[in-house]
Design a protein around this ligand. Structure first.
Ligand SMILES: [Zn+2]
Length: 266
């Protein structure tokens, strides 16, 4: 059985939604994709019955606070687990070059030298460039450089149960990538807010989309299932209904607006 479990679905400044991060589960094995920006990541993993000693594979999409800083709260605890010998193998972190430089730089300033040394010994960084293939949790991934406007942003394409899923990170999709993602079974795309509230949240200034603009683009690309996340949080109670109502006008296939901790079966 394979699924996507959304640990968080909020943008970088949300409080009541956790920052966007998720698990790809495949037959009792999992890849954590991004880590949010706070220690809440540890609690969210616990809510999924995952202890830190069982986390072996993490993908970090880019170097922004809401995606990478949760990792520091995990590593602070994991350095103790490594030190006690309570961890099997290495912690594999898949990321681009920028993130691979940031991770050890950040923790070398945050933690005592003995913890830093233990982390250096126990973390295996896998630096990915556009088009690189990697296999983890028995799934075949291909890295996609999202050609983002802000920091270097890495997405991926993965085959799950003969379905093609593409994770596009947290910027609106660069048109140069349209041909590569066309006809996908699942696209994971950010949508900052409703189009009718564009004047309030100003998503385009931040290289984000509205529900309408994401849906229109993905409809043109013949996407079968569109998963939207990385949103504002003023409509938590009825976000699903409001976003679906707007999205359905512009997207003919299936739209998913997951809540925090919702699981999507693939
Ligand atoms: Zn973000």
């Amino acid at each position: 059985m394979a699924s996507i479990k959304m640990l968080g679905t909020g943008h970088g400044f949300t409080f009541d939604l956790f920052n966007t991060c998720f698990l790809i589960n495949n037959n009792n094995d999992f890849l954590l994709v991004d880590t949010g920006g706070s220690a809440e990541i540890v609690r969210r993993l616990k809510m999924c019955n995952i202890e830190l000693k069982d986390v072996h594979n993490i993908f970090i999409s880019h170097c922004h606070t809401d995606h990478i800083l949760g990792l520091m709260w995990m590593l602070k605890r994991m350095s103790k687990i490594f030190a006690k010998g309570n961890y099997a193998g290495k912690l594999n972190i898949y990321c681009n070059e920028e993130v691979s430089k940031a991770i050890p730089t950040i923790y070398s300033y945050l933690f005592p030298i003995e913890d830093v040394n233990i982390l250096n010994e126990n973390i295996q960084l896998h630096i990915l460039k556009d088009g690189d293939k990697f296999e983890v949790i028995n799934l075949k991934f291909t890295a996609i450089d999202m050609k983002a406007k802000k920091n270097d942003l890495l997405g991926f394409d993965v085959n799950i149960n003969n379905k093609r899923l593409c994770f596009l990170g947290d910027e609106n999709c660069n048109p140069e990538l349209y041909d590569r993602i066309r006809n996908s079974d699942y696209i994971m795309h950010e949508a900052f807010c409703l189009d009718v509230e564009e004047n309030i949240f100003k998503p385009y200034e931040k290289h984000h989309s509205t529900v309408k603009s994401a849906c229109e683009k993905m409809n043109d690309l013949n996407i079968k299932n569109l998963i939207l996340y990385h949103t504002e949080e003023t409509h938590i109670e009825n976000r699903k209904e409001l976003y679906l109502e707007e999205g359905k006008k512009y997207f003919n296939n299936n739209i998913l607006i997951p809540n925090d901790m919702e699981e999507i079966l693939i």
